[in-house]
Design a protein around this ligand. Structure first.
Ligand code: FBP
Length: 551
């Protein structure tokens, strides 16, 4: 049994860029300029002697001049789910089979570890057809194993040899695609003949640059969260009795929060990158929100909506120091001594002794539930898991404390009741919007054309995304072009630069221009649910971020 919507969505024909619509025989490759990495050219060229400096390519209508050969392609889904992943696989499959029905597509199960453990399925029409235009990564599953060591590459080469694999497609974020480039270089250096192509995935929106206009999944996830935020705004404006604090996923970058703010015009949206640039303290952030609460209360509006990005606390300088000290305080066997203490007051005294005066002052202003969370939620290395901190509750509690002080001083006379929400998993596996369904199918289709034309170490690139799909431009960009050297885990590494929100970029500037009015007035926008069928101006619109960036 499948739902009525799924049944209809299975029939949807994703739109390809115009130049890929004429049939495989009429897709010709055009070479562009030779490329250089965005920074550290010499170092990156030295690390990628076989794959550096290749040319950008685009596809145009013309005779297909690729050399025919049987293709056996392996595909991997890597990292967190993002709507549209299934369509990347479907597009890849369709192009591969349209080129030659004898070609084979192998799906490695459970993420990169599937390749290492040789756990796979071979796709056929019947299997693939069940997943067209659906959300999720359950077609083969995903995982977070990093494919990065020489030993792993050697195992991967063996598995490829066993299956006669000619190319691997890695669908992942910035880290996975960085590793795809390193794997491509390894395969080339070892003369395996296996090509590697990446596809840009992540709801976080932080894999974008001069070449990649957006990662897939960002469109659907932000539209899903914005629908929910809009619904909350309407409830809030109906009941007029709560302030809603809403945390949204997105890891470190605040692209998701900012996009949701552009779509829903809440009273407050914090942007981590701005907090870092202004070196704001927790107390200053709480004051900033409390100011809006107070101003609205003066107008009789004891309600509001505040969006909090998942990674916010990492950007608060004093909080960063506190986390580092806690990690140090509980390093190694010191954690056992802490855990042996029976009561919270005993543990509190231990913490008080271990932290510097400055960090203790920050710790002391946190609500007790958050204080305890910092010592409970730890990753396998014993470090505080910052992303699990309930920052929506943290800020709600801190604002409450600020308002209590203001009440005492007689400056604030309103009421302040809160509700808390966290939106993340609600959006990662939604049915892809038409944009993501089309974009993902195109990325997959295009990835196969890159393979067919012999490209290695390229990212599937579909651009001009603000225009209708007919005008999209399909091609590929060497991954090394997007790389620079960064310090990671004490070593200088070549990596794709993670894109944070640019404070001089158009989306943030637009938000900055309007936020004072949004804070004091009630300017809510209710985007409603994603529409899959209906007029194009309702169903096919890209995100506000993309529209502003490319407008
Ligand atoms: P990716 O970078 O893997 O695409 O992560 C997306 C994401 O949804 C983040 O927004 C979030 O912080 C993380 O995954 C949560 O992942 P998990 O469920 O594995 O903890």
């Amino acid at each position: 049994m499948i739902s009525a919507l799924q049944k209809e969505r299975l029939k949807y024909c994703p739109k390809l860029p115009g130049m890929l619509r004429n049939g495989i025989a009429e897709i010709s490759l055009q070479e562009g300029e030779k490329t250089e990495s965005v920074a550290d050219q010499e170092k990156i060229a030295a690390l990628f002697p076989n794959t550096y400096g290749e040319r950008e390519v685009i596809f145009v209508k013309g005779q297909n001049t690729s050399v025919p050969k049987k293709q056996v392609v392996g595909v991997i889904l890597s990292g967190g789910q993002a709507p549209g992943g299934h369509n990347v696989v479907c597009g890849l499959y369709d192009a591969l089979k349209a080129t030659d029905p004898e070609n084979v597509l192998i799906g490695f199960k459970g993420g990169p570890s599937g390749l290492l453990d040789d756990k796979y399925i071979i796709f056929d029409d019947e299997y693939i057809d069940r997943f067209r235009n659906t959300g999720g990564f359950d077609i083969i599953g995903s995982g977070r194993t990093k494919l990065e060591t020489k030993e792993q590459f050697a195992v991967a080469a063996e598995v490829c040899k066993k299956h006669g694999i000619t190319a691997i497609v890695i669908i992942g974020g910035d880290d996975s695609n960085t590793n795809a480039a390193v794997l491509a270089e390894y395969f080339a250096a070892e003369g395996t003949g296996v090509q590697v192509i990446g596809c840009p995935k992540t709801i976080d929106g932080d894999l974008k640059n001069d070449d990649i206009e957006c990662s897939f999944g960002f469109d659907t996830a932000t539209k899903t969260y914005s629908e929910l935020i809009g619904n909350i705004e309407r409830d809030c404006n109906s009941a007029k009795k709560y302030w809603h604090f809403i945390k949204v996923m997105g890891r470190s970058a605040s692209h998701v929060a900012l996009e949701c703010a552009l779509q829903t015009q809440p009273n407050i949206c914090l942007v981590g990158e701005e907090v870092a640039a202004k070196k704001m303290s927790l107390s200053e952030i709480a004051d900033y929100i409390a100011d809006a609460v107070e101003k609205r209360a003066e107008k009789g509006m004891n309600f509001g909506v505040a969006i909090i990005p998942e990674g916010i606390v990492e950007f608060v300088p004093e909080f960063k120091v506190l986390i580092a000290e806690i990690n140090e305080l509980l390093a190694g066997s010191k954690a056992d001594a802490f855990n042996a203490l029976a009561t919270w007051p005993e543990k509190y005294a231990f913490i008080e002794q271990g932290l510097t005066k400055e960090s203790m002052a920050v710790f002391a202003i946190l609500p007790e539930s958050i204080q305890q969370q910092l010592f409970l939620e730890r990753d396998p290395h014993g470090n505080v898991q910052v992303s699990l901190i309930e920052s929506e509750k943290l800020f709600a509690a801190m604002v409450k404390a600020k308002l209590a002080e203001r009440k005492k001083a007689g400056t604030y006379k309103g009421k302040f009741s809160t509700q808390h929400h966290f939106f993340g998993y609600e959006g990662r596996c939604a049915f892809p919007s038409n944009f993501d369904a089309d974009y993902c199918y195109s990325l997959g289709y295009n990835a196969f054309m890159l393979i067919q034309y012999g490209c290695n170490g390229y990212l599937s690139k579909v651009s001009n995304l603000k225009a209708p799909a007919e005008e999209w431009v399909a091609g590929g960009m060497p991954i090394t072009k997007m790389m620079n050297m960064e310090r990671r885990h004490g070593e200088d590494k070549p990596v794709i630069r993670k894109a944070l929100v640019e404070l001089d970029g158009k989306p943030f500037k637009y938000f900055e221009e309007h936020r004072a009015v949004w804070a004091e007035e009630t300017s809510y926008l209710y985007p409603g649910a994603i529409q899959y069928f209906g007029p194009s101006e309702v169903c096919d619109q890209p995100t506000k971020t993309l529209a502003l960036e490319k407008g």
